[in-house]
Ligand binder design. Sequence first.
Ligand SMILES: [Zn+2]
Length: 293
Amino acid sequence: MFWALFVLGHDCGHGSFSNYGWLNSLVGHFLHSLILVPYHGWRISHKRHHNNHGHVDNDESWHPLTEKTYKALDYVTWKMRFTVPFPLFAYPVYLLFRSPGKKGSHFHPDSDLFLPHEKGDVTVSTICWMAMLALLLVCSHIAGPMSVFKIYGVPYAIFIMWLDAVTYLHHHGHHEKLPWYRGKEWNYLRGALTTVDRDYGWINKIHHNIETHVIHHLFPQIPHYNLVEATKAAKPVLGKYYREPEKSGPLPFHLLGILARSLRVDHFVSDAGDVVYYQTDPQLNGDARAKSE
Ligand SMILES: [Zn+2]
């Protein structure tokens, strides 16, 4: 259910839920506040992600760290970003502090993420988020914290883990090496084609078509319920530029291996160059890293 609320709110953020901006905003706030996402703060940074997908420096979510930023990470941040299961809990941390090497917060109207005219919207969403948090506190006062933990906390944790895994897998390869761009080499189409569709097996049925990520990046204005049909139509046009997802069994166990491997070997990209690929830290051992600090 948390996932459904997120996907519908995501449509609102892209303006594909309704032709009326006010209705997208109203429904988006209702849906995303329920799952503790600050609607406008997220919507604006998500738009930045779409407008800069595949760009090393300007992309907003799950973009690679440059070698310089990677080497400057403290041990705790390194562990959180690259060691399973910690990256699967990244989403609330990302909302609060963005990614390593970037400043600001999705909750703060004065954050680098936002333009002056967006501050009012961001403040409204942060207030809605706080109202939801207050509601949870009231519920735990009435029903007891354990009940709120079981009814809300556990699904929230599962939702966060799933969201982090899915969004990571859509922007990281496995067999295929995905390029990241800078400067003149980047354009919208090339950036969109660095995204990857995935097969989640049986989960596709309750997933609201999020597995079709390439078409979503090419045309973010398509609502979620038309993405499968749009992907079918786009495949012959994209030809060899479309990466067919690896077929899943009933449950997508193959994706666990892809996720774990990518986190193990995809560490940083070069500080220079306009077409770059992930590289692996030769000093892979985290303990060696801790000792050297
Ligand atoms: Zn999107």
